[in-house]
Design a protein around this ligand. Sequence first.
Ligand code: UDP
Ligand code: MG
Length: 175
Amino acid sequence: MDTGVYPRKKEIKVIIMIERTLVLIKSDGVLRGIVGEVIRRFENAGMKIVGMKMVWVNKKFAEEHYKIHSKKQFFKTLVNYITEGPVVATVIEGVHAVDNVRKIVGSTSPSDAAPGTIRGDYSHMSMAHADKNKKAGKNIIHASDKSQTAKKEIALWFDKKELHTYKTVHEKHVF
Ligand code: UDP
Ligand code: MG
């Protein structure tokens, strides 16, 4: 019989993983004027913006950020893509923020990204199409892929004093 009461152990040890992750609204997102739309998704999910700025990075900085891809055939177009206009760099804080942000962002190739995700809702091209036309795979947003990567990327993009610790109204008045 379904009593509607979910079984609970007497003691549940919950590890709350508050993390910070780097999110970049890449040049196509800025040039298309959808910065607000993109940021809203994270705020709607209850995550917190703890750092935010607009930066137009040079090639050297872009190469450092994407150095893990330096041997890939798309490296040059990727560096050109991220430097063709300013990007909005943010640090998002939340529970399991790295994975949760990636979930909201969607798959790398817009053609695979599910509707409801940022990449799925605001882009549609495939990486194969981009490659064939010698174009970058424009997919609006970058988000750190692992906790360790997030730490490194945040340190690259932000000074400590640019990151803020504060309580949202929910934290202040509800919890
Ligand atoms: N990219 C590309 N062609 C590819 C694969 C990736 O132009 O075949 C670009 C795309 O913009 C992607 C970025 O390179 O977001 C970094 O690739 P990664 O595999 O790290 O994807 P992400 O972590 O951004 O989902
Ligand atoms: Mg990546």
